[in-house]
Design a binder for this molecule. Structure first.
Ligand code: NAD
Length: 495
């Protein structure tokens, strides 16, 4: 164990003239150079040219040509095989991509390796396994025939065209994989728009896709300002579907733009996810659960819990024990193998999270631990625990997307269930107890796309993932993704 030494491939990649990846080629472009900043130091590590109308037109045209041409002509098993080859390439370049991801996002190197890369490989293999299995059905025709004619009817699943994938900064490889692997295995082609803060890893991944043999134009990457590129991409006539992951605010704009064009849209948005702890657990068990549910990757996981409901008799003891656990998370370089506390991902995000903590204190919520910046460079923030004044406190309602747990005591479990559901969001939740019968009952009552029992944040490619209410619509993974990335055509014949 020690600190990851930057690979030569990484140090040589950073100073390149970065821009986009279009039609199987790197393209630097002529737009404004946007700095890429290492959140651990606050220093510029690379620059990327912003794209504009020219890059959008080129990427969409390339994707449409591939959709009608080489990708359409690629047999479905060969498509699956290319995803398998890309999975192998990601394994071979695991350390290189993990280092790039850590440098851009501040994610600890252990998480970049174990979550971004290893999970991405697993998801690529899962989607590859769908090759040849995305089918319609043969239907029994029920109308009475005229004369002695007969009918035969069946459905086929067709791809939607060019899928535009718009991405957040928190898991820049993994969330991209969810979108492009699902889209490609269904026969679509893809244009990805990474976050302005994490533009580099997908450029490298697109090069690897090209090297393993994806036809030019199947997987394109356009970088730049979301408010400029987003509307251009969605309005482009070749755009057959939008898959967006990001905040509720931007998601609404994206949803409106897509519905004005009448194209399908998947929205994976934010959450104010709850964790309910029942009284049969020990204080230590509760603290273990809270650490898992709320503080991984500095809370910058869309499904992380941010509001915790605990039995009144144990709240103080849990907050005391939790404070000790949080105090043991020492800020360190995220390139250190043992780092448990990296920086937040970017300066505006740090400012936003600090603002929400300050507002909570002004509102009368009690800051029990953390929430301050340690000395030194970078966008570090000590993880915070806040005892909320009431269920209506803003800190129990608004997403922070940071290392901020808000805690409230319940006197009766049913009251907690009401509080959990009294939220504009519905992405995920967890119930913690040894009483599995109770846990299952709560899983039925909680309004969320995913409910975990005695665990949190673990995603499996076989299990559909997505939100309800303000957290979005559509489902990624499982067999559910097929509905989102294909359309049904009905065929009927007389004989
Ligand atoms: P964001 O909404 O600010 O940005 C997301 C993407 O949208 C970026 O690529 C951005 O450039 C682009 N964008 C900005 N304006 C646009 C516009 N007008 N049209 C089209 N695209 C536009 O979100 P973020 O800060 O990058 O990510 C954090 C948010 O993402 C949090 O709310 C988090 O909960 C959510 N998130 C959700 C999931 C999920 O699966 N549900 C996963 C990860 C993150």
């Amino acid at each position: 164990m020690g600190r990851a030494q930057l690979l030569t491939t990484v140090s040589e990649f950073l100073p390149r003239d970065h821009g986009h990846f279009i039609n199987g080629q790197r393209r630097s472009g002529s737009g404004t150079r946007r700095p890429v900043v290492d959140p651990a130091s606050g220093k510029r590590i690379a620059e990327v040219h912003d794209g504009g109308a020219a890059e959008v037109t080129a990427a969409m045209a390339a994707a449409q040509a591939a959709f009608n041409g080489e990708w359409a002509a690629t047999p479905t098993l060969a498509r699956g095989n290319l995803l398998l080859k890309l999975a192998a390439a990601l394994e071979a370049h695991r350390e290189e991509l993990a280092q790039l991801e850590t440098l851009c996002s501040g994610k600890t190197i252990a998480l970049s390796r174990g979550l971004e890369l290893d999970q991405s490989v697993a998801f690529l293999r899962y989607f590859a396994g769908w090759a040849g299995k995305i089918n319609g059905e043969t239907l029994a025709v029920s109308i009475p025939p005229f004369a002695d004619e007969k009918y035969r009817a069946f459905t086929v699943r067709e791809p939607l065209g060019v899928v535009v994938g718009i991405l957040p900064w928190n898991f820049s490889i993994m969330i991209a994989v969810w979108k492009f692997a699902a889209a490609l295995i269904c026969g679509n082609t893809v244009v990805l728009k990474p976050s302005e803060y994490t533009p580099l890893t997908l450029l490298r991944l697109a090069e690897l896709a090209n090297e393993v043999g994806f036809p030019p134009g199947t997987l394109n990457v356009v970088n730049g300002d979301g408010q400029v590129l987003g509307p251009l991409l969605i309005a482009h006539p070749a755009c057959g579907k939008v898959s967006f992951t990001g905040s509720m605010k931007t998601g609404r704009v994206v949803g409106d733009a897509a519905s004005q064009r009448g194209i399908p849209v998947t929205l994976e948005l934010g959450g104010k996810n709850a964790a309910l702890f029942l009284d049969d657990l020990s204080v230590e068990e509760m603290v273990d659960g809270i650490m898992e549910a709320g503080y991984l990757n500095q809370g910058q996981i869309c499904s992380s819990a941010e509001r915790f409901y605990l039995p009144a008799g144990k709240l103080d003891a849990v907050l005391q024990a939790l404070s000790l656990r949080l105090a043991a998370l020492k800020p360190d370089s995220p390139l250190d193998d043992d780092c448990l506390l990296g920086p937040l991902a970017n300066a505006p995000h740090l400012e936003k999270v600090q603002g929400l903590i300050a507002a909570a204190q002004q509102d009368g919520d009690r800051l029990v631990f953390g929430g301050t910046r340690p000395a030194g460079e970078g966008y570090y923030l000590l993880p915070a625990a806040i005892a909320a004044r009431s269920a209506d406190s803003a800190i129990m309602q608004q997403e922070t997307f940071g290392p901020v747990g808000a805690f409230l005591a319940w006197q009766q479990e049913e009251q907690a269930l009401q509080w959990i559901n009294d939220s504009p969001y519905g992405l995920s939740a967890s119930v913690w107890t040894h009483d599995l019968s109770k846990a299952l009952r709560y899983s039925e009552g909680i309004q969320a796309g995913t409910v975990w029992i005695n665990m949190h944040n673990i995603l499996d490619p076989a299990l559909p993932f997505g939100g309800i209410k303000g957290s979005g619509n559509g489902r990624e993974f499982g067999s559910a993704f097929i509905q989102d990335y294909t359309r049904l055509k009905s065929v009927m014949m007389r004989y």
